[in-house]
Design a protein around this ligand. Sequence first.
Ligand code: DLL
Length: 433
Amino acid sequence: MNMWNPEIETMSRDEMAALQLKKMQWSVKHAYDNVAMYREKMQKAGVKPEDIRSLDDIQYIPLASKQDLREQYPFKLVAVPMKDIVRIHASSGTTGQPITGCYTREDLDMWSECLARLVVAGGGSAEDIVQISFGYSLFTGAFGLHGGWEKVGAAIIPISSGNTERQINIMRDFGATALVATPSYALYMAEVAEKMGQMDKLKLRVGLFGAEASTEEMRAELERRWGIIATENYGLTEVSGPGVAGECMHKCGMHINEDHFYCEIVDPETGKPLPIGEQGEMVITTLSKIGQPAIRYRTRDITRLIAEPCECGRKRIRMEKIKGRSDDMLIIRGVNVFPSQIESVLVGMKGVGPNYEIVVTNKGYMDYIEVKVELNDARLLERYGELENLQNRVRHALKTALNIDCQVTLVSPNTLKRFEGKAKRVTDLRTNK
Ligand code: DLL
């Protein structure tokens, strides 16, 4: 199997740990010396950079939360003179103040190196013509993947997101063989390509998807509709953007770029580190970032690390698909529900389409959850008995998976909202949260 950087990707676990320790000592000292927030946190906890003598010693440094980072808006996390910064990105800030990400020239090189590894791992090569359908903007997705594909030598179509019919025409005319998008936009694009009757004129071979949670069922749906191999990648603005981890063609978890990111899993309640293999919240320390280092950043993303070797030959540890964000988890009548569990039930289910919406409301202390899903066949709307049957089937499947009763609303095909970037499928209208 092809690798971009076999020396790093197949380095033994011991050698990698030694490399990580050296880089961790550098990164912690760099943050301590140059970023007041990290220095103050460490001083309060009585930890000095010299105290990091083993990788486990990182746990003596306090965690940094999203709120901690927000308070440093816009540039108080920058660890070098501003003249050395050559790029500024920012997270969307839909749930509050945005968080900025600042890069030096070396950081951009490191970033594209990380993505080149993931592009090759996901089946990309210099032969590809790749359509990048993430928005080119403050969002890190497009520029991040662009850097990786360019390094690998592919021909890039920097089309950005939106104007979906044009996307399909360009994909056909330019002979795109690879697609980069969010899974939800890729699904919408597939619907449009089918509607335009163009699917069999397209040459797409692989899809590299990321930036939002999606289930195995959604992957299967994307692979089936496009006729591609779909892999997934992960990252976040706070630690640089995409490029933290990505899947190889075995699709069994995302290989972490461990020489640049040190990943821990902690108990989301107590913040205490958990042993490898247990599910919890991902915490990331950057090991190479110069412009804006991140030390023990709490991502809120729930996952698990996988240490078993992968058939592809890469020795880098993997992270499992993100189950959801700890702040997306819905507590409905005391039961924890991740939207991804609902997606797993709906996508691929006979009679309904893969688009859905979740609405949560309350009457007093009682919570109610409504799941809206599209019918595949509008003619069913005229056949009440069959419609009711299908509704009961969906409701029963959800009850079995979630252990709570959901109201199921079947709506006409193509009536739910479609997304060009990250999907927003949950509306929580509760007044008792
Ligand atoms: O979404 C970076 C990215 C772009 C990753 C393109 C992959 C591909 P942010 O906008 O800062 O950065 O959002 C980061 O998105 O904390 C996760 O909650 C979520 N996320 C990113 N990738 C995945 C994924 C980019 N593969 C936040 N699965 C993260 C689930 C993901 N969630």
